[in-house]
Design a protein around this ligand. Sequence first.
Ligand code: BGC
Length: 291
Amino acid sequence: MATTDRSPDNLPEGDALAAKAIGPASAGVKNLPRRAIGIDVGGTGIKGGIVDLPTGELVGDRYRIPTPKPATPEAVAEVIDTILHELLHRKGAPSPDDLAVGVLVPGIVIDNVVLSAANVDDSWLECDAGQLLAELPGQIYTMNDADGAGLAEARYGAGVGRTGTVMTITLGTGIGAAMVHDGVLVPNAEFGHLEFEGEIAEKVASASARERADMPWDEYGRTVGRYLKHLERIFPPSMFIIGGGISKRSEDFLPYVEGLRAEVVTAQLQNNAGIVGAALYAAEQTALTDG
Ligand code: BGC
């Protein structure tokens, strides 16, 4: 099936400018601020950065603080506060009066409420992150970690110019998934929790499952291939983007991922994808809310 080429060079002039502003397959949200902040709450570190939205690049280095133990919502909120204050004092930071902040957590998030906690402290279950972070500067939006990474990959990374469904799969402690259709995110695709070969998929095909089983790379590639085939039967995308830390080793296992209709590519934004996607999401939500 042919995909429409919507790369900036092939659009009429007016569209090309809009496309370059927020990525070709964009959601078309207008009046975005130029910069926003993304914060990624991970198992070992909480990382934040200022994101330049027209380019999807970080302005300055990201700032990282180890995740507190236990990683309760209150302890994490304190770290987010510290990160925000550090970033807001930097040159090039967005103004606190016009500030959108996206925060990523590894669970289902609906209306800023965290509804699952597979690989994170149980106290996050039912946590209203909107309330938890209400005192911090800016308009804060919370979203699923893989959704942040997948949105960034679709709009600035490996999926740029792709229409149709771009599905990012992050292979890490768990398996995260993000579905983006024509640049618009359909949030909370928990495909790591589908049943696969009699197990929960992330127990067999995540990066940590490979380590636990001491699985050779070719076998891991074939396992990931069967898992993607399973997904393809149910939600056929036009492209799979493989992310997560293990994507640095994609040369070792992606050659064994075979027989899929969709193109399978490696994530491009690596470590910063989540921060970039969170910032973009928050900026778009703010622009939509403010009209
Ligand atoms: C969680 C997802 C998360 C993924 C990656 C899964 O166990 O259920 O919400 O995106 O891990 O962190």
